[in-house]
Design a protein around this ligand. Structure first.
Ligand SMILES: [Zn+2]
Ligand SMILES: [Zn+2]
Length: 358
C-alpha cells in the first residue's frame, strides 16, 4: 500500500510500504476513507517531536471502514464505518480507568503517527480497537467526522474545559488555525460574553469572525492593548494558546486577568519564558494538556444533530494519492488560506479540489 513516511526533519515521501496486519487480538485494520493533516504533523516534520523516528507513517486523524478485526474485538466488525481517534486507550491502566486516555501507560495514548504507524496511508492498524474507534452514525459525513479525531476534542477539552470558560467571560484565543477556530466554536457552548481572536493571517481572522469571534487583532497590531481596552484594563478571564511558539504563550500570560486561566493547547518545540516576576501574585491558573478524547461521544452526538460547524473548517479536499500536494498547501497556510485539508480514498466520491481561502 501507499503511505506518507517520515524520513527525518524536513523529509517525507508518499511511498510503498507493507500492508498492516493484525498483530494483537485487540487490533483492527481500517481502510482509510478520509484523513487530514494536523499542525502537529508539521511540528514533527520540523523536528519538534523527536520520539518520531525515520520510517514512521505519519497521521493520527481519520475515518475509515473496518476490514479485519482481531479475535478479542467485540464492538466493531468488518464493514463498519468508524472514526479513528487520535488517542488510543488500553482501558486497563490507572490513567485509562480515570478517563485520562491521553496519558495511557498500557500502550495507548497518542501512539498513531507518533510511536506506531499512523493514518496517512491506505490502511492502518488500530490497537485496542474496542476503545479507540467510534462507530459512526449514518447521518454523519466522513469528511466532517474526521474533524472529531483530534481538533474538536482537543480544543474543547484542553482549551475550553481546562480554561474553565464561564457565561459572560471574555475569552481570548491566540492562534486562529483549525484548533483555535474549533476552540472559538466550542467556547460558545458556555455563552462567553466576548471572544477575541488573535492571528497573523487576515484570512484566519475572517474565519474566526464567521465562527463567532466578536473582535479580532492581527498579532502585529498590539493585541495586548485591544484586550486591555475591552476589559477596562483588567485582562481576559480565559486565554487559550493555540499556536505553539514562545511569543504566543508569553502573550497569553500577559493578557490574563488576576484569577484568570491560561490554557495552553499548542504543541511547543522550544522553551518559553514563564514570567513569574509578573504572575506570582496574580492567582493565575495555567494548564497544559494532551487531549484525552473523553468528549468525543458527546461531540459526535452534537455533530449528528448539526450543532458543530465542522464543514466550515475544511478549505481543501484532495485524493489520498495527492498527499504531498496536500502537505504543500497545508504548510503554506498563510498564502493558500488552508485551514483543514481533507484527503479521501478512491472509494470516496468527494474528491474535487476546492478554491482556497474561502
Ligand atoms: Zn492532530
Ligand atoms: Zn491505558
Amino acid at each position: 500500500m501507499k503511505a506518507l513516511v517520515f524520513h527525518g526533519p524536513g523529509q517525507t515521501a508518499w511511498q510503498d510500504v507493507p500492508d498492516p496486519g493484525i498483530k494483537d487480538a485487540a487490533d483492527a485494520v481500517v481502510r482509510v476513507d478520509a484523513v487530514t493533516i494536523c499542525g502537529t504533523d508539521l511540528h514533527i516534520i520540523k523536528g519538534d517531536v523527536p520520539e518520531v523516528t525515520p520510517g514512521r507513517v505519519l497521521g493520527h486523524e481519520a475515518v475509515g471502514t473496518v476490514v479485519e478485526t482481531g479475535g478479542d474485538v467485540r464492538s466493531v466488525r468488518p464493514g463498519d464505518r468508524v472514526l479513528i481517534s487520535c488517542i488510543t486507550s488500553c482501558g486497563r491502566c490507572r490513567f485509562c480507568r480515570e478517563g485520562h486516555y491521553g496519558q495511557c501507560r498500557g500502550g495507548g495514548g497518542w501512539v498513531l503517527g507518533h510511536t506506531i504507524d499512523g493514518t496517512q496511508a491506505e490502511y492502518v492498524n488500530v490497537p485496542f480497537a474496542d476503545l479507540s474507534v467510534h462507530p459512526l452514525p449514518s447521518a454523519v459525513d466522513s469528511y466532517d467526522a474526521v474533524l472529531l479525531a483530534d481538533i474538536f476534542p482537543t480544543s474543547y477539552e484542553v482549551g475550553v474545559l481546562n480554561g474553565k470558560v464561564q457565561p459572560g467571560d471574555t475569552v481570548v484565543v491566540v492562534g486562529a488555525g483549525p484548533i483555535g477556530l474549533a476552540a472559538i466554536a466550542t467556547a460558545q457552548l458556555y455563552s462567553p460574553g466576548r471572544i477575541i481572536a488573535v492571528d497573523r493571517a487576515e484570512s484566519r481572522l475572517a474565519a474566526a469572525r464567521a465562527l463567532g469571534a466578536d473582535a479580532t487583532a492581527s498579532a502585529d497590531e498590539e493585541p495586548d492593548q485591544l484586550v486591555e481596552d475591552l476589559t477596562d484594563g483588567l485582562g481576559a478571564d480565559v486565554v487559550m494558546e493555540a499556536v505553539g511558539v514562545p511569543e504566543a504563550f508569553e502573550m497569553c500570560t500577559r493578557m490574563v486577568r488576576p484569577g484568570g486561566h491560561v490554557a495552553n493547547i499548542g504543541v511547543h518545540g522550544k522553551p518559553a519564558t514563564l514570567h513569574l516576576e509578573d504572575l506570582w501574585m496574580k492567582d493565575v491558573t495555567l494548564t497544559t494538556g494532551l487531549v484525552d478524547t473523553y468528549s468525543t461521544p458527546m461531540l459526535l452526538k452534537m455533530m449528528a444533530a448539526g450543532r458543530l460547524p465542522a464543514a466550515s473548517l475544511v478549505t481543501h479536499r484532495f485524493e489520498l494519492g495527492q498527499m504531498e500536494e496536500a502537505y504543500e498547501v497545508f504548510s503554506r497556510a498563510a498564502e493558500t488560506g488552508a485551514l483543514k485539508v481533507v484527503l479521501g480514498g478512491p472509494q470516496h466520491n468527494a474528491v474535487t479540489v476546492q478554491t482556497p481561502g474561502k
